[in-house]
Ligand binder design. Structure first.
Ligand code: TPP
Ligand code: MG
Length: 368
């Protein structure tokens, strides 16, 4: 009689599904095509090179306002904005140059604003990032921290009354989640089920204040439960795919009528609050830790592992982006600054904006 095959007592070998790439530790599951991932990578490079240019111009005394860098936060800024549609609205904060560029503002317009030129979104009235352009669905950042949430939710609630399915996306620093305005605005948006997505960018510091010294919540996403907001996760903010996927899910839920969404991205501000701040209060080893987790290096390594791009391809992409910024700078340098005699123009809604009075299209957009 044939001997019965003995059943192995050893447990069946379970091969754990690989969820992250070996190189770069990037989330593998994504709806983004190869082309879209390469496009997103290019946006992140543009974000970085744009910041580098602003930093240089600031040092040359050509930027009169504060210059805010998003070094290290490019995945959080770009991959989230990549998840909204053309008819949607974004309300960026000072560190969201990447989001603003992804939403469509040409780099030269942004640069012109930093250099206070007439042909810029504020017509030379602002010397940094406090500018928007509703043609592209961009609401200007508001200096009073938290206030952008009310504006963004007001915009989409008004749109809903008109039967439009617009979603708004806004970002807020972890420090700003401790303001009264944050609480009031999120509570209002949530109870009205505003189709709004609030991303808490936890970059560990609010100016010189480390996050653990201003809030005892274990995770900033825990704040969502107090407003009845569900699905509030905390994710790796330096993983562009994770940021995109979480943002897209939140945008889709908001559009489907599930109300205000919120989640937290963990990242790090690898410069001072602004260019004038050397950030000596941040221990060197913390900078080093986050430098090793740089979002561009990580995404680049992942794209190379997938063979979507190689080192030459990355250099080529970077050079093209740099050339685009140089061209923008050249154009900006040739633009006039506002005439001081026009300083009172554009203050009230019934007055033409000095920058736009000759431009019918811009005028219509601004004051319609
Ligand atoms: C209501 C209010 N309080 C204080 C300030 C001054 N201020 C501007 S940015 C900032 C730090 C914000 O930190 P965080 O929210 O973490 O954003 P991050 O700069 O780190 O992106 C402070 C205190 C302000 N603009 N508005
Ligand atoms: Mg912060």
């Amino acid at each position: 009689m044939a001997k019965a095959k003995s059943k192995s007592k050893a447990p069946a070998k379970v091969t754990k599904k690989q969820t992250h790439s070996k190189a770069g530790n990037i989330q593998l599951e994504t709806r983004l095509s190869k082309e879209q991932q390469l496009e997103l990578f290019r946006w992140m490079i543009l974000n970085r090179e744009f910041d580098n240019k602003i930093s240089l111009l600031y040092r040359r005394g050509l930027v009169i306002g504060a210059a805010f860098s998003s070094l290290g936060q490019e995945a959080s800024s770009c991959a989230s904005a990549y998840a909204v549609g053309e008819g949607d609205i974004i309300a960026p904060m000072i560190r969201n140059a990447g989001s603003t560029l992804v939403k469509g503002l040409p780099p030269r317009d942004f640069l012109a604003n930093y250099m206070y030129r007439i042909n810029s979104p504020t017509g030379g009235r602002d010397g940094n990032t406090h500018m928007g352009d509703l043609r592209y669905g961009i609401i200007a950042p508001i200096s009073m921290l938290g206030a952008s949430i009310a504006l963004a939710s007001g915009y989409v609630l008004a749109a809903r009354m008109k039967g439009e399915k617009r979603v708004a996306l806004t970002w807020i620093g972890e420090g700003s989640t401790s303001t009264g305005e944050f609480h009031e605005d999120v509570n209002f948006a949530a109870v009205k089920k505003a189709p709004l997505v609030v991303i808490i960018e936890n970059n560990q510091y609010a100016y010189s204040t480390p996050s653990e010294t201003q809030c005892l919540a274990e995770k900033f996403s825990d704040k969502a439960i107090g407003y009845g907001i569900k699905h509030a996760v905390t994710i790796d903010g330096n993983d562009a795919n994770a940021v995109y996927e979480t943002s897209k899910d939140a945008v889709d839920r908001a559009r489907a009528g599930e109300g205000t969404q919120m989640f937290e991205v963990l990242t790090f501000r690898r410069k001072g609050h602004a260019e004038h701040d050397p950030a000596k209060y941040v221990p060197e080893e913390i900078f080093k830790y986050w430098e090793e987790r740089d979002p561009l290096l990580r995404y680049g390594a992942y794209l190379k592992e997938l063979k979507y791009i190689d080192d030459d391809g990355i250099s080529d992409m970077t050079e093209k982006v740099k050339a685009e910024i140089e061209e923008a700078e050249e154009w900006v340098m040739a633009q006039p600054k506002p005439d001081p005699a026009t300083v009172m123009q554009g203050v009230y809604a019934d007055q033409p904006h000095p920058a736009h009075e000759d431009d019918d299209f811009l005028y219509q957009r601004k004051y319609r």
